[in-house]
Design a protein. Structure first.
Length: 276
């Protein structure tokens, strides 16, 4: 798998890595989009979005601390810390405002960004994610067991095993090349067990149930109608409790709509960002 060398910034002595795509003429840019990925995932997961969004917007896909080409952490942290990382990255790049798109853990981070850095946020897109806390509708025990690390399992094999269970079975069966791409992404700078557990602990402490009414940015919630990991009622709750939020549910789609329904997802997000 060929991976271009990422850009990076230093935040408090830690490297945060990112990829960027943008129109050839900066005067044509409609703004900035920041893409935040999920638990154990890398910026490379946005491969179907980065260049498409980059035709109209300065588009940045970052690696959270503890993943990909970003530095590992040295201690536990919270989702709020990940949101502060995102804001610090934008500040380091002299970006005052951005649209923030987050999937799963990236959605948790986007929610915290909306609460902690509202002055930097233009529009918010929440994908396959949850408020956490008392409103969270959990996955089945069988699905949650997929989150447990399996010592000795090869990274690509683990990715195929996990993604085959959290994506729609019909998509998995029909797209073997896509599953191999997911495996190759997992094999690139695989996450250490300690880093994965730090991210998982941060995820499990996520709770913004009592703060959703404070979000003032225009918000779009996108969810798969057959998401087994973050069941669809979680997206419905966000849409019902964030003032003015819109919602799109993709029937028969699992936890990864950015892959399972990439073209439709891209059109829907760009249409939402273009709304005045």
């Amino acid at each position: 798998m060929d991976v271009k060398a990422p850009e990076s910034v230093l935040i408090d002595g830690r490297k945060l890595a990112y990829d960027e795509a943008r129109p050839a003429n900066p005067a044509d840019e409609k703004g900035t989009i920041l893409l935040l990925t999920g638990l154990g995932s890398k910026r490379l997961g946005w491969a179907r979005q980065l260049d498409v969004f980059g035709r109209e917007y300065r588009t940045i896909a970052m690696d959270h601390r503890d993943t990909g080409d970003s530095d590992e952490a040295t201690a536990d942290y919270t989702v709020a810390d990940l949101a502060d990382d995102a804001a610090a990255l934008l500040t380091a790049l002299d970006i005052a405002h951005a649209h923030v798109v987050g999937i799963s853990l990236g959605g948790f981070t986007a929610l915290q960004f909306a609460l902690r850095h509202a002055d930097m946020l233009e529009k918010l897109v929440l994908v396959a994610t949850s408020s956490g806390g008392s409103a969270h509708v959990p996955a089945s025990q069988e699905t949650l067991a997929l989150l447990a690390p399996t010592p000795g399992e090869e990274a690509g094999e683990r990715a195929i095993r996990v993604y085959s269970q959290i994506m729609a079975a019909e998509f998995v069966a029909a797209h073997p090349a896509e599953m191999e791409r997911i495996a190759e992404t997992a094999r690139y700078r695989p996450q250490s067990a300690a880093a994965y557990m730090r991210q998982l602990r941060a995820s499990l402490s996520h709770d913004v149930v009592d703060s959703l009414q404070r979000i003032t940015a225009p918000t779009l919630v996108i969810h798969g109608g057959a998401d087994p990991l973050v069941p669809t009622p979680n997206g419905a709750y966000l849409a019902a409790h964030i003032p003015g939020a819109q919602a799109i549910i993709y029937p028969g789609v699992g936890h990864i709509p950015i892959v399972e329904r990439a073209d439709e997802f891209n059109r829907d997000v760009l249409a939402f960002l273009a709304e005045r």
